[in-house]
Write a protein that binds this ligand. Structure first.
Ligand SMILES: [Zn+2]
Length: 114
């Protein structure tokens, strides 16, 4: 067979090209197959164990602190972020949005009562 990198003829059972040190095509294809098999799992794992969306958590924290409008805004952004990027924290975004609406509603009611 021939080396993929430098094109020189090398032994079929050679692990590495003796001319340039590149792994032989047999092993290269094994590596490629291994990557194809491994990568989808890694991607799924990285999505599952992905970092929490900061804006979603900010929505939750802002809403809990009584800043309802920020809870709504960050919550809406966080829901979009967690949908598109498969990030964790959609629960926080939704909670922030709901609590934000409640806090804002309470503020509005207070405003009308007073
Ligand atoms: Zn070579």
């Amino acid at each position: 067979m021939y080396c993929k990198n430098c094109g020189k003829e090398i032994k079929d059972d050679a692990k590495y090209c003796p001319y340039c040190g590149t792994e032989s095509s047999h092993n290269m294809s094994d590596v490629i197959n291994g990557e194809v098999v491994k990568n989808p799992n890694d991607v799924k794992k990285s999505n599952k164990s992905g970092s929490y969306d900061g804006i979603s958590i900010a929505a939750f924290v802002c809403a809990l602190c009584g800043i309802g409008i920020l809870g709504i805004i960050f919550g809406a952004i966080g829901i979009n972020n967690t949908k598109d990027n498969a990030k964790k924290g959609q629960g926080f975004a939704i909670a922030g949005l709901i609590i934000g609406i409640c806090v804002t509603a309470v503020e509005v009611i207070k405003f009308w009562i007073w």
